[in-house]
Design a protein around this ligand. Structure first.
Ligand SMILES: Nc1ncnc2c1ncn2[C@@H]1O[C@H](COP(=O)(O)OP(=O)(O)OP(=O)(O)O)[C@@H](O)[C@H]1O
Ligand SMILES: [Mg+2]
Length: 282
């Protein structure tokens, strides 16, 4: 069950290539944390091409555009009243979906997006942010305020790996706490001629966690709108996602029922110093 000292953790999913699994893994993280009883809000900051609502098969009644408008014009309205709920049986979490129309994304300011997260982190145990694959002003602001950034990569083509290297090197220059950025390899056993070890050597460090390739389980969950971790999937991918979460929440992973045993961890603290803003404006 939720504990006071772990409220307000911001988990951001970021990458420097598209289609590496940011949305799939983010959606499953939100679902598993909600299953464990935490108050969770999943925010889709892929403002132009967001997929969260599609992956969860939810009808968008109020997108991030509406939520921000209410936040700015009606501060008396509780934010939670503006959000969209995802529900599966007894499990539920709140969602801030991306705008319905692409052009609406142009009128959304990064500063408003940042202020929304600052407010949400006071209301939820976990705020999970899905992003795009670029060092945009919005993404840099999200990286700064995150507790943990999952920097996802896949080992498929040379350009993807080159971009992963640039992203990893750039993230290091932001002087975040060393534990903040978690380099996670997704689709590890997808057919490729490039070895993981070579990529780790190039990146100058090992992957924090490795998620297997499971096309069937991943695509089934998208087709049905039921995240892997909720649909009773016994796939290795679901298990590895749960293990990754247990490392983030600092709980021991219990293979039998998937519900971890609580162990106070130091990783759940609020944001650390350093980052893009302090680097640019110091
Ligand atoms: N571990 C995995 N095994 C098999 N397929 C996967 C895995 N992870 C993601 N996929 C598939 O890869 C595709 C892209 O995933 P996803 O949309 O989560 O990536 P993304 O990084 O959010 O992409 P974008 O940058 O376009 O937003 C989806 O079809 C998803 O099912
Ligand atoms: Mg995505």
């Amino acid at each position: 069950m939720p504990e006071d000292n772990i409220s307000g953790v911001v988990l951001t999913f970021f990458s420097t290539a598209s289609s590496v699994g940011k949305t799939l893994i983010g959606v499953n993280m939100a679902s598993e944390l909600a299953r464990q009883g935490y108050r969770v809000c999943l925010v889709d900051y892929d403002l132009q091409f967001g997929d969260v609502a599609n992956y969860l098969h939810i009808q968008v009644e109020r997108s991030v555009k509406d939520v921000l408008e209410t936040m700015n014009s009606r501060p008396d309205v509780p934010l939670q009243d503006c959000l969209t709920q995802y529900r599966y049986g007894m499990i539920s979490f709140d969602v801030v979906p991306a705008p319905e129309f692409l052009d609406e994304a142009y009128n959304i300011s990064a500063d408003d997006c940042r202020r929304l997260i600052e407010k949400l982190r006071l209301l939820y145990d976990y705020v999970i942010i899905d992003t795009t694959s670029m060092f945009s002003v919005l993404n840099l602001a999200m990286l700064d305020l995150s507790t943990i950034v999952t920097f996802l990569g896949v080992v498929d083509f040379i350009p993807t790996i080159k971009n992963m290297k640039i992203g990893n090197d750039t993230l290091r220059t932001l002087n975040y706490d060393t534990n903040k950025i978690r380099l996670v390899l997704n689709r590890s056993d997808a057919k490729t001629r490039i070895s993981m070890e070579d990529v780790e050597r190039l990146l100058g460090g090992e992957f924090y966690h490795i998620l297997p390739n499971d096309f069937k389980a991943a695509s089934e969950s998208i087709v049905t709108g039921v995240p892997l971790v909720l649909g009773g999937s016994d796939s290795v991918l679901a298990t590895e996602i749960r293990k990754l979460i247990s490392r983030y929440t600092n709980r021991a992973y219990d293979e039998d029922d998937g519900l971890p045993v609580f162990d106070h961890g130091e990783e759940n603290g609020r944001r650390k110093s350093g980052g893009w803003f302090s680097k640019i404006f110091s």
